[in-house]
Every structure is written in structure tokens, then in C-alpha cells.
Design a protein around this ligand. Structure first.
Ligand SMILES: [Zn+2]
Length: 368
């Protein structure tokens, strides 16, 4: 969870070396944000209209345990609270039972509860993160071997049904900064065989060589939407949840607002279209690393010309070993799994996603 880790990192550094960050503008913004969060959220809880549907879909479609499930649902709520400025607000008003007898006295007694609604963004973000961690935990494979699998092995498998250590070494060294000997690649490949990601057989033409093959490549998808979780996010479920919530207690009424920041009334259809309909909605992230850290969701949509201009500022692009994780791409603005970094002519380093790295390479080739 990069955003949170960055945040904790900054806070920890600040505590250990307070003189270092005293005049840091980012830190000041972050501090302000945390204070705001604390004040605003002390009385606010998260509500998840799809919790029951998700729980029903979960055990049958995922190999995760119930303990994992509890962690996941909590993380989804934390994600919503952290992004409260972009999440819908549910206001629940509860009238005291004596309302009819003494209306004047009751106006003051009416209780108002506020809830931040969990959205599809929170599910997508946490599930993607989880799937990534899960792969490492389940297979107990070190991160660099998983990276090797997804980058070199999967790529080789696209070209040939069966491949050799030489093929894999060539694949890896053609794109990785950190070049490896065929012995190292042989060890990684042996590990992948031992956890069932690859099978091997002696090459019938050259008995000293082994031929490798990936197995059940389709089943190892890291995208939870492929597990048909996406089918749980229906308008009917959302409407049913609201109806149920209003009937559960005779004296309560619910209203839906755009967000905590703009308390504009919103319809359930509008809310659904905005927050649950899209399958590939980008995640809203509040990044403490940019000076523009803002409570308003930054639009990741950058027009093509803007992208190309940004790419021209880069002197070099390279893979940074050991930093593979969720980073916000400086060009397109999406938060993706990547370890690509770019350096501009002022020697500043920024993150790049795989797609923008490829666009940069294409541009370089065109310019030359
Ligand atoms: Zn990008």
C-alpha cells in the first residue's frame, strides 16, 4: 500500500529528525490533511452497500480464507475513509420515538449519523493490491522471481510453446537493468518448476537441454474482475440495500450526498453511475509526494499531446530493481504496478508506468 507507506514513512522520518522536515511544504500539507481527517472522521464510519453480496461471492470464487476476508473488508473501508473527499456521503437521521407527542422538543433531539460510502474504486484498489501480495504469500516466491515470471517467462511463452534457459536468459537480460547469468536464471526457473508455475522435459533433440512450459497460465490471472466479482456491483443491489436500510428501523431516514465536501443531494442512479458502473475506473489517490496534493480528485486523463510533451522531458528511462510496487505514473497519472523510473534533464526522478515507458521508447525510436 504505497500511499500509506509513504505517509507513514514521512511521519516516522519527521519524528526521528524533526529538524529535517520542519520547513518541508509536502509535510505541512500532509499534516494539515491528517488533522482534517482526524477532525472530520472522528464521528464518521464507513458503510459498504455491497458487503453482503461480496461475502456471498467470496468463498466460492476465491481461495482466500475467512481471516483474509476480514482483513480485506477492513482495508476496503480504510481506503474509502482515506479517500473521503471523493466518496459519497450517507446521512442517516433518526427521530426519537416520541416525535408525535412533542414536535418542538424533538427537533433538537434528532440524531444525525454520517457515513462514507465504500465504492468500486476501493474494491478495485484493495483487491489488486491483495492479489499482488497473495501471489507472493501463496507461492512463498521471492518478489524478484515473480517479476521474472511475469516479465521474461510469460513473454517467452507468448512466442514459443516451449523454451530453454537460454531463451529466458536472453529475455530477462534484454529488458532488465540487472543482468543475470544463465546459472542464476536456471535457479529461478528451477524454483518456478518447484512451485508448479513451469514444467520441464528433456529436449528430444539435445538430451543435455531442458525444455520449459508454463502451466494453467489462464488460471493465474491477477485481475479479480476475471473472477467475476464485478457481477456483484449491480444497481439492483444498491437499491435493495437502501430500501432495507430505510426499513430496518421505523424512525430513520437516509439521504445520499455527493460527498462530505459538497453536500449536494444525489440520486441513487447518479451515485451508481459515478461510483460503481465502470469496470476500469482509475483509483483516486491522494499523493503526499506532489506539491499539488489536493482534496479534489485529480483527473488522470491527460490528452495525447500533453503526454508526448511530457515524454520529451525524459533523458533516460530505466528499471529500478527492488522498487516494484504501486507508483503513480508521472505521465498518465494512473497508479500502476511498476518499477520504471525516468530521469529528466534536471536530473529529477519520477515513476513511469509500463505503457508510458513503451510510448517513450517509441518516441525515442521515432526521433532518432
Ligand atoms: Zn503512464
Amino acid at each position: 500500500m504505497t500511499e500509506f507507506q509513504v505517509l507513514i514513512g514521512i511521519l516516522t522520518t519527521a519524528r526521528a529528525y524533526p529538524w529535517m522536515s520542519q520547513h518541508d511544504f509536502d509535510y505541512m500539507l500532509l499534516e494539515g490533511y491528517i488533522h482534517f481527517l482526524k477532525n472530520q472522521l472522528s464521528e464518521i464510519k464507513a458503510v459498504d452497500p455491497y458487503a453482503i453480496k461480496f461475502a456471498q461471492a467470496f468463498p466460492s470464487r476465491s481461495p482466500l480464507s475467512m481471516r483474509d476476508f476480514k482483513h480485506l473488508t477492513n482495508l476496503i473501508k480504510v481506503s474509502a475513509l482515506f479517500h473521503f473527499a471523493q466518496r459519497p456521503l450517507v446521512i442517516r437521521k433518526i427521530k426519537p420515538e416520541t416525535a408525535a407527542e412533542d414536535p418542538a422538543a424533538n427537533e433538537k433531539k434528532e440524531i444525525e449519523e454520517r457515513y462514507i460510502m465504500v465504492t468500486r474504486h476501493d474494491y478495485d484498489f484493495i483487491m489488486a493490491l491483495w492479489n499482488n501480495i497473495q501471489e507472493t504469500t501463496e507461492t512463498s516466491a521471492p518478489g524478484h522471481i515473480i517479476k521474472f515470471y511475469h516479465e521474461a517467462v510469460e513473454d517467452a511463452a507468448k512466442e514459443k510453446q516451449e523454451f530453454t534457459i537460454e531463451d529466458l536468459t536472453e529475455k530477462w537480460n534484454s529488458r532488465a537493468e540487472d543482468k543475470k547469468s544463465s546459472d542464476a536464471i536456471r535457479r529461478w526457473t528451477a524454483f518456478l518448476c518447484s512451485i508448479g508455475y513451469l514444467t520441464s522435459r528433456p529436449d528430444p533433440n539435445d538430451k543435455r537441454r531442458q525444455l520449459f512450459k508454463t502451466i494453467h497460465a489462464n488460471q493465474k490471472s491477477r485481475n479479480y474482475t476475471n473472477l467475476q466479482f464485478s457481477s456483484i456491483f449491480t444497481l439492483e443491489t444498491l437499491k435493495a440495500w437502501l430500501k432495507e436500510a430505510e426499513q430496518i428501523f421505523a424512525h430513520n431516514s437516509l439521504s445520499l450526498k455527493e460527498s462530505l465536501i459538497s453536500e449536494r443531494e444525489t440520486s441513487i442512479e447518479e451515485l451508481y453511475n459515478r461510483h460503481f458502473l465502470s469496470e476500469t475506473c482509475p483509483h483516486a489517490n491522494i499523493s503526499p509526494s506532489t506539491s499539488e496534493a489536493s482534496l479534489i480528485e485529480k483527473s488522470p486523463k491527460v490528452d495525447e499531446n500533453g503526454k508526448i510533451n511530457k515524454l520529451r522531458n525524459f533523458k533516460t528511462v530505466y528499471w529500478s530493481d527492488g522498487y516494484y510496487g504501486w507508483h503513480t505514473c508521472a505521465v498518465c497519472g494512473y497508479t500502476k504496478l511498476t518499477s520504471w523510473q525516468a530521469e529528466n534533464f534536471k536530473d529529477e526522478k519520477v515513476w513511469l508506468c509500463e505503457d508510458c515507458k513503451e510510448a517513450w521508447e517509441k518516441q525515442q525510436a521515432g526521433d532518432a
